[in-house]
Ligand binder design. Structure first.
Ligand SMILES: CC(C)(COP(=O)(O)OP(=O)(O)OC[C@H]1O[C@@H](n2cnc3c(N)ncnc32)[C@H](O)[C@@H]1OP(=O)(O)O)[C@@H](O)C(=O)NCCC(=O)NCCS
Length: 178
């Protein structure tokens, strides 16, 4: 797992726009290359918003990042995806566990929030498995392809992750940061 390089721009763009990922993001439009380049430049400059590309045998499979950070309250929100169909089972679990360690153990985040479409069963399962609790249900919070959709609001605190992380030790140990 490593921060993105400028040369990753194309693979990251393809990932966020692909059919395995795009239907689960809140935005409706297909992100253009220019828009994506501007986003990546901004993200490379934002040291308080960590972003990592997840690779296996040097092949990028996915991405995880902090999308919002509030220093005063030591609170953040994340976003992530795995875009390859041939990613090994548990890829997201390992990537997210390693990132939770980065946020809570090294960056001393206190609370991490997450928003997921209520129809995104895989993501709901993943958040609960990692120890997030549901804090709310935001009714018709986004309009996806013309249809209003409910959104589940999750959160996890540093204390929750410190007691939960042992269940994910194998995945965490398999991830090398560079
Ligand atoms: C969500 C996503 C990251 C999961 O990636 P992944 O590599 O398949 O994840 P993992 O293999 O680590 O874990 C998936 C878990 O979901 C479970 N799962 C798979 N399909 C499921 C379904 N339809 N309903 C509920 N759980 C499901 C798996 O069994 C596994 O759980 P387990 O380890 O307890 O068996 C990936 O599908 C993705 O990028 N989706 C699109 C973008 C997205 O939704 N991002 C999150 C926005 S909040």
């Amino acid at each position: 797992m490593r921060p993105p390089w400028r040369s990753d721009a194309a693979v990251l763009l393809k990932g966020r726009n692909c059919e395995r990922v795009h239907p689960f993001l809140f935005g409706n439009h297909v992100v253009t290359a220019d828009e994506h380049r501007r986003w990546l430049e901004k993200r490379l400059a934002a040291t308080d918003l960590p972003i990592f590309v997840f690779l296996q045998e040097n092949k990028p499979l996915g991405m995880v990042n902090l999308t919002h950070f509030d220093k005063e309250h030591a609170r953040g929100e994340w976003g992530f995806y795995i875009w390859t169909a041939d990613a090994p089972k548990g890829a997201a679990t390992a990537m997210l566990s390693a990132f939770l360690d980065e946020l809570f153990l090294r960056r001393k985040l206190r609370k991490l929030c997450a928003l997921a479409l209520a129809s995104n069963e895989k993501s709901l399962h993943l958040h609960k498995k990692l120890g997030f609790t549901q804090e709310g249900l935001l009714k018709e919070h986004v309009v996806k392809n013309g249809t209003p959709q409910d959104v589940v609001a999750f959160a996890i605190f540093d204390r929750d992750w410190r007691s939960k992380r042992k269940d994910f030790a194998a995945g965490i140990e398999s991830v090398v940061f560079s």
